[in-house]
Design a protein around this ligand. Structure first.
Ligand SMILES: [Fe+2]
Length: 200
């Protein structure tokens, strides 16, 4: 699931860069779609990072009392999240102020930092998590995420990660959902999510 979420975030980092490059702010319809795309991207990214900072890194740390190098890696993860926060604010502010020069600069900085962080996490932190966390730990983490997301959050989360996912992967995700939720996602939440134009 971690890779699925990361890929959705990478997808939107590219969508944002493309919209900025195509000067979507100048056309009212495209501007609205850009703002709608950014809104959900920002929210999902912030929720993902909050979930890791609150429920994942502390859980991994319980297994690392005397492993300085691994603890330092988790500290780097937290610092990278902290560095991304003001970059989100910069993109946000440039968008709200319709400042194309500022937006282009803020987008480059934000995208670079986000992509580097996702790669760093996948290369170093995911193998560390996999080596220490038990299946029960992953279940506990998923439970905590579900609780924090709630029903309202799930309405956006599932269509968000499934948007443009390759069919094989989308089928694998859907298969893991309890049947009533699978039906709700496919028949109600995804069509409703698709009603709003995002990015273009
Ligand atoms: Fe992550």
């Amino acid at each position: 699931m971690m890779f699925v979420i990361h890929d959705a975030l990478r997808r939107d980092a590219t969508q944002l860069a493309r919209a900025v490059e195509h000067r979507d702010l100048e056309d009212p319809r495209r501007r609205q779609a850009l703002l709608a795309g950014w809104d959900v991207f920002k929210r999902q990214l912030q929720r993902h990072h909050e979930g890791e900072d609150r429920d994942l890194w502390p859980l991994v740390r319980t297994y690392l009392p005397a492993r300085d190098q691994e603890n330092a890696l988790l500290t780097e993860m937290e610092r990278e999240h902290d560095r991304i926060d003001p970059l989100i604010t910069a993109v946000d502010t440039a968008l709200r102020n319709s400042d194309p020069g500022w937006l282009a600069e803020a987008t480059v900085a934000f995208r670079e930092e986000l992509l580097a962080h996702l790669q760093h996490e996948e290369r170093d932190a995911v193998p560390l998590m996999d080596s220490v966390l038990s299946p029960q730990d992953w279940k506990a983490f998923s439970r905590a995420q579900r609780k924090a997301t709630g029903f309202r959050g799930a309405k956006e989360f599932f269509p968000y990660i499934l948007d443009q996912a390759d069919p094989e992967r989308a089928a694998r995700i859907s298969k893991r959902l309890p049947p009533p939720l699978r039906i709700l996602v496919g028949r109600v939440w995804q069509p409703r999510y698709a009603e709003t134009a995002r990015w273009n």
